[in-house]
Design a protein around this ligand. Sequence first.
Ligand SMILES: NC(=O)C[C@H](N)C(=O)O
Length: 328
Amino acid sequence: MKKLLLLSTGGTIASRASNEGLVPQDSGQDLLSMLGPLPYQIDVRDILQLDSSNIQPEEWKFIAEQIYKYRTKYDGIVLSHGTDTMAYTASMLSFMLQKIEIPVVLTGSQVPMDVVLSDAPHNLRLAFSAAASCKPGIYLAFDRKVMLGCRTVKVRTTNFNAFESVNVPPIARVTSDGLDMISDPGLGTGKCELNTNIETHVSLVKLFPGFDPVLLFAMADSGCRGIVVEAYGLGGMNYIRRNMVAAVGKLIKQGIPVIASSQCLYERSDLTRYEVGRLALLEGAISARDMTSESAITKLMWALGQGMNVTEIQNFFDQNIVGEVTIN
Ligand SMILES: NC(=O)C[C@H](N)C(=O)O
């Protein structure tokens, strides 16, 4: 029988109604009791009790340390977590726990576990099944799909179909035959090295017509060390009147990396196609290619945390580290 660990951190899945609204209250053991018997040997640890809106870099580090600590004692780990920031946590854990030796599966729900028609039982069962059978890696299991964590985005606020695997197919789907493995995460194996050094003074800016690039300098003056700009379409930026392109060049000369991603959820940014992208590229903008914004910002935080300079970060973003990006 596979030996699995449930690390519970709160979220809707563990929430109960209160006068203040939904608040996480149930323990991991409560979740398991409501779920009923499963064909695994499961240990439980309550490590946090938070709505995921309150999960921040301090919690990412703590969660990564817990996973690292227990990974050698279990065949797989399930992390129950609120859905709102789950894709960020999954992305960051992918960078902090590279070459993890077991499957680690994040899950949660849109409706609390104690509600009769909740999606929580399905999602938890799926997460345990994935933790017992997937290859090593960091995954997110939700609504009958298992996805590579660093490719996920929360795309719906209330529907059970809350997450998508963006730009790559899911790893597995539930069918009447069980868990159907669709794609291989293609991750390298080795010995996991925990690395939780990250730079948190970064920013993610969504461009809109009229955005004043002066605000980027205000960020830099306040200690911002790197910026992801969600630019237009394939990665274009304005240069008439409000000169984003020149601002990006100036920031990069100051040693502040600027990553250009796309506001479009699907497909990639390609700065070489249009003049408005090429000019930014000439100024040193780094393309996020087909990465999610969640992956781009967490990759940037992790890279800066390793002490990389702008050139090293450019090289780092030209590499696929944990399945987060398609190169070529
Ligand atoms: N469905 C959820 O879990 C949402 C909740 N606010 C959370 O992220 O913790």
